[in-house]
Design a protein around this ligand. Sequence first.
Ligand code: GDP
Ligand code: IMO
Ligand code: MG
Length: 421
Amino acid sequence: MKVDILLGLQWGDEGKGKIVDFLGKKYNLIGRFQGGPNAGHTIKFNGNTHVLHTIPSGIFQKKTKNLIGNGVVIDPIIFSKELEKLHEKNIVFEKNLFISRKAHLILPTHRYLDAASELEKGKKKVGSTLKGIGPTYMDKTGRNGLRIGDIESKDFKNKFQALSKKHNKILKKYYNYKNPNQKKDEAIWLKSINNLKKLNIVDGEYFINQNKENKVLAEGAQGTLLDVDFGSYPFVTSSNTVSASACIGLGVAPNKIKKVIGIFKAYCTRVGSGPFPTELNDKIGKRIQKDGHEFGSTTGRSRRCGWLDLPALKYATIINGVTDLVITKIDVLTNLSTIKICTHYEYSGKKIDYLPYELNNKKLKPIYKEFKGWGENISTETKFEQLPKNLKKYIQFLEKELNIPIKIVSVGPDRKETIYR
Ligand code: GDP
Ligand code: IMO
Ligand code: MG
C-alpha cells in the first residue's frame, strides 16, 4: 500500500477539493482524515459546482473508493443533506462511500456548546464555523464521545440522551444558554442517523490496510495554520491538520506515506478571527476578494485577503514534510501591476524569516519583495511554458525559496483549468 497526502499550507480554502478531484482517478481510495462540516471543498466540472463538507472529494470518480476516516467528526444532519445533493445530481455514491466505525458524532448540543462558548468569549471569539467541531473533539479526548459504531448498538438512544443531558447541564449552569429548537433539532438528528445506517460502515483501519495494492490519497481539511498545535493558537480549529494527522485519522503507519502534496493559494486568505500578518485592508485586498470570490463555502462569510506569506509557507512545508507543491488561484492576480510576497518580518526591531511564538499583527511587520504583474488571460493555458514571463518568474522564485517543485499550477476553478508539470 502507498499513501500520498494532500493538505492545505495556509488557513484553509486553498483549493484542496479541486485538486483532490483532479488527482482522484490516479488513486483507488481517497480518505478524509480530520475535521468535519467546518470544511467546504468546492469541485467544478461539466458546468456543475459541488460543495462537499464531510464526503471525500474523490466521490465523482467512478472507480475510486472514498473513506471517511476515524479522525473525522460527522454531523448526521449536514451529512444527510450532502448525500441528498449528490443524489439530486445523479452522483452514485452508495458503492463507493465508506465510513469508519470510529469516527465521532456531532450532536446538536455540541453545536450549542460551540455557540455558547463563542458568545461568552465576545470580542475574543475564535470565529468558529459553529458546527460543533471544538466541543466534539473535546468529548473525544475527554472520553465521552459517541461514535458511528455506537449507532449499531441497541442502547444508542440512551447513550445519546445521556450525553445530551450532560451537555444541557453545562449549557444551563455554566453558560446560561438555552436553544429553543432543541427538541426539533434532536428529532431531526435521530432521524438522520437512519441515513447513516444505510451506508457502508467499516473498520476503517482494516479497510484501508487490507488491500496491499491500495493507492491511497489522504485528503486534509482546513490548513496548517489552523492546526491545533502548530497554527495561530487559540485562533485555530480543534484537530491536527498536518500530515502526521493522516496516520492517526485513517489508521495507516508512517512508513506507508510517500508524497506529501502541499497546496497554497498565490495569496493568503483567512475566515474568522486571529492574526494575519500580510492582511490587506485596502483596495487591493478588496479587489482580490472580489476577483477570487473569497466567500466561505461553508458559512458564506467574506474571507480576509492578503499577500503571500513566505515565512509561514516555509514553516508549513517543514511541519508537513512537503514533497510536492500545488499553487492555486494564480489567475486571480492577473492585471495587478505589482504583486508582493512577504519574505521576512520585522519583529522587535529585528529582521526574521521564521514564525515567532506570538503572531501578533501589531508586533510583526511584513517585509515585501515586489514582482511585476502580467495582463494576459491565463485560464485557457494548458502548458507551463506558455504562461506569461512574469508569472513564471514569480513561480520560479517560490520554488527556489521553498526548494520544493511546484508540480501543479491551477489557473481557474474548473477541473480543466489545471496545468500539470
Ligand atoms: P478547499 O476548502 O481547500 O477545498 O477550498 P474551497 O473550495 O473552500 O475554496 C476554494 C475556492 O476557489 C473554490 O470556490 C474553488 O472553486 C476556487 N478555486 C480553486 N482553484 C482555483 C483557481 O485556480 N482559480 C480560481 N479562480 N478559483 C479557484
Ligand atoms: P476547509 O477544509 C477555512 C476556521 C474558522 C475559524 C476556525 C475555527 O474548507 O479549508 P471551527 O469551526 O473549526 O471551530 O473554526 O477555523 N475554519 C476554516 N477556515 N477553511 C476551512 O476548512 C475551515 N474550517 C475551519 O473560520 O476561524
Ligand atoms: Mg473550504
